[in-house]
Design a protein around this ligand. Structure first.
Ligand SMILES: Nc1ncnc2c1ncn2[C@@H]1O[C@H](COP(=O)(O)OP(=O)(O)O)[C@@H](O)[C@H]1O
Ligand SMILES: [Mg+2]
Length: 238
């Protein structure tokens, strides 16, 4: 079943057309990735889904309901939650406080919240060790884990991850992608992942869309796209 269905989404910033009639869907249980260079429109796509940028035209359905008319907080409450580009954690709040902020949209009991925290610590043990530290004292990779953890506290039905590899050491990128895969395979989390690091993204995704200056130019099974010669030349370093 399609959890998210986007039809003919167009977004403009003044005279710039950042997205031109793009259509795509995400089915329950999938990891879907949007790959494309800097400026292709990945972040604009993510932000449109959460109603953080206004669309010029198009339709977005989540769980069978139109959501493009809803305010952001209601979209989060429906379970569409994002971990934004640049791992925007609150630097002067502790790891624990940052995580708790992720749960603000839910009417969850203390027991539920503690269960959720435990499952996040299972995924990212580092966060448990650093619970009382201010977020700015974490490494880039740890901050990325925190940003993902905070999104998970909102109990997403669809988790949007915008460039989790950005500015992070290659070894940690591998770890974080392993965790993303684990979330999907063990917990059945549906994930939409925007990445410039096409190779890493295609390795863990089921399906992919290739975005070029605001348009989807290619789509298909991630394993097939990994083998595609033109794509290899353009995005995978030959
Ligand atoms: N707030 C903004 N105002 C004007 N132009 C923007 C804004 N945000 C993004 N853009 C432009 O929209 C295009 C797509 O950007 P973006 O969605 O950030 O791409 P990506 O995430 O793939 O790097 C780029 O040309 C970018 O310069
Ligand atoms: Mg971006």
């Amino acid at each position: 079943m399609s959890l998210l269905k986007v039809e003919n989404l167009t977004v403009r910033y003044g005279a710039i057309e950042a997205l031109r009639e793009i259509s795509f869907e995400v089915n329950e249980g999938e990891i879907v990735t949007f790959v494309g260079s800097n400026g292709a429109g990945k972040t604009t796509t993510m932000r449109s889904l959460s109603s953080l940028v206004k669309m010029a035209s198009g339709r977005i359905q989540f769980k069978g309901k139109d959501i493009h008319t809803l305010p952001s907080h209601l979209i989060v409450r429906m379970g569409l939650v994002q971990s934004p580009e640049g791992r925007l954690v609150f630097p002067d709040l502790s790891v624990r406080e940052n995580l708790m902020l992720g749960a603000f949209s839910r009417k969850a009991s203390a027991t539920e919240i503690n269960q959720e925290l435990d499952s996040i610590f299972e995924l990212f043990p580092r966060l448990k060790e650093r619970l009382k530290q201010d977020a700015h004292t974490l490494s880039g990779g740890e901050q990325q884990m925190l940003a993902i953890g905070r999104a998970l506290m909102a109990k997403p039905a669809l988790l949007l991850l915008d460039e989790p590899s950005l500015g992070i050491a290659p070894l940690l990128v591998q770890q974080i992608f392993q965790k993303i895969l684990e979330l999907n395979r063990k917990e059945g989390m549906t994930i939409l992942l925007a990445e410039q690091n096409a190779r890493m993204a295609l390795k863990i995704a089921h399906r992919a869309y290739v975005l070029e200056v605001g348009e989807i130019v290619q789509q298909g099974q991630a394993s097939e796209l990994l083998k595609d010669e033109a794509l290899q030349k353009a995005y995978l370093g030959g």
